[in-house]
Structure formats: C-alpha cells, structure tokens
Write a protein that binds this ligand. Structure first.
Ligand code: PEP
Ligand code: MN
Length: 249
C-alpha cells in the first residue's frame, strides 16, 4: 500500500535497541510508511558507541514483516550480514555511507547477491566522490541486480554549516542527470542531523528529483542510543507525512 502517490515512505529507528522499542515504534507508524527501516548492525565511528542489537533482532524483524505485511529494510556491511538477512526473509537491504566508500566491501556484497531479486539501496559515500558513488552502483549492475535505488544523505565536511552533512545539491543534480533511471530516496535525518530541520527539508525538496524519503523514527528519541537529535518522535513524524500528503497530487 503506497501512502503517498509516487513517493516511497520509509521510517523506523536508527538502531534496534530492544524488543519493546522496536515493536512500539512500528505499531505507532505502520499506517504512515510503505517500508520500515531498522539498523541492527551499526558501523559506528567509535567502538565505544552502541553498535546495534545484531542477529537477535532478526526473528523480530521477520515477525513484524508478517504482522503488518510491510517489508523491513536493514543495513548490511558484510557478506555475513547478507547471508543472515536472506535467511530471515529480509528482501530490502541498504549499504551505509561508510561501506559505499570501500570497493572491496561493495564488490563482495554485490557478488553475494548475484542474480537474486533483492532490492538494494546504496547510500552515497561519506565523502563527496562521485566516482565511488556511481562505481558502487555499477558493481551491483554488473552482477545482475535489477532493483537498485540510491539514498542521498549528504557528505561529510570539515566545515559544517547548518546541517550535520553538506547537502551538495549540485552533486545530487549531476547524479540525477547521469543515472536518470536510478530512483533517489532522500534521507533528511542523516542529512540534517536535527529533527528541527526535517519538516522544511522535505517540504522544499524538488519533488521531481526524489522518489521517496527515509526517516529515522524512535518511540522515545530522548533515550535513543544513537542519533538522538535526528530521530523523530512518531507524532512529529506523522505531522510531516500528513503535510507531504496535502502537497501531493
Ligand atoms: C543509518 O542509516 O543509520 C546510517 C548509519 O546512515 P549513514 O550510513 O548515512 O551514515
Ligand atoms: Mn542513524
């Protein structure tokens, strides 16, 4: 069921933290999303930070897919992750910005998916290198994957301005021109890094360019173990989605 015409809406927590948080969050947003997201392996910059619930969350994810008849997308960073995702019936997976920069990792993951009908979403690399971004897409093309999307989350910059990541709309336009057939999902949560910017970002984005949005939503963001400032509370999320619905034709 598509909630907004021509736009894919993806929502869910940055990371699974426990069973209650996962089930509560999804219970509160299931009427407003086409796909749930949930990070179970988190490639954190520092090893001191929360690195995800891991494999123990996979049975819950499978159960949630059945309960709501809504697919859950997870991030994979290794071929072991891919194997486990497939084993638990996860059919939508994404590559994080820290994985897209690594051609060895991308190649191995692509080969582990050869000729499957998986949906793969490739985040732009953390640094603003067009070649790494399009090269990653090319690797999945070459192993026969047909369902490829990209997720745009901006780029790391040492000279941060307003947002957590530099938007570089110019590069997004270059991508759109060169890869007109690859749908772009905007990730306003990682791009902005702060819930206060998310509403405006999605209202003002050029609708012609993006095919959907991926939002981080947590049932209690104040207590979140990762990306606290950018995870929307479910009611805030619904307000944003309802505004998008009003604007859609
Ligand atoms: C995420 O989606 O939770 C994530 C870690 O994002 P990114 O790879 O864009 O930093
Ligand atoms: Mn996150």
């Amino acid at each position: 069921m598509v909630k907004i015409k021509n736009k894919l809406i993806i929502g869910g927590p940055c990371a699974v933290e426990n069973k209650t948080q996962l089930y509560n969050t999804f219970q509160r947003i299931h009427n407003h999303v086409d796909v749930f997201r949930a990070g179970i392996w988190k490639g954190r910059t520092s090893p001191k930070n929360y690195s995800g619930f891991g494999i123990k969350a996979l049975p819950w994810i499978r159960d949630i897919q059945k309960k709501y008849n809504i697919p859950v997308a997870i991030e994979v960073g290794t071929t072991k992750h891919v194997e486990l995702a497939l084993k638990y019936d996860v059919r939508k997976i994404w590559l994080g910005a820290r994985t897209t920069v690594n051609p060895f990792a991308v190649q191995e993951i692509a080969e582990s998916l050869r000729n499957t009908d998986i949906d793969i979403w490739i985040k732009n690399p953390i640094i603003s290198d067009m070649g790494l971004w399009t090269g990653a897409i090319e690797r999945f093309n070459r192993v026969g994957i047909k369902k490829i999307k990209t997720i745009y989350r901006g780029f790391y910059s040492e000279n941060k301005k307003t947002y957590r990541n530099e938007p570089r709309w110019d590069l997004l336009k270059v991508f759109r021109k060169r890869y007109a057939h690859i749908p772009i999902i905007l990730d306003p949560s990682h791009l902005s890094g702060d819930t206060k910017y998310i509403g405006n970002l999605v209202q003002n984005i050029n609708r012609e360019i993006v095919s959907g949005f991926m939002f981080e939503v947590h049932d209690n963001p104040n207590e979140a173990l990762s990306d606290k400032n950018q995870q929307l509370e479910p009611e805030e999320f619904k307000i944003i989605i309802n505004k998008l619905i009003e604007k859609s034709d």
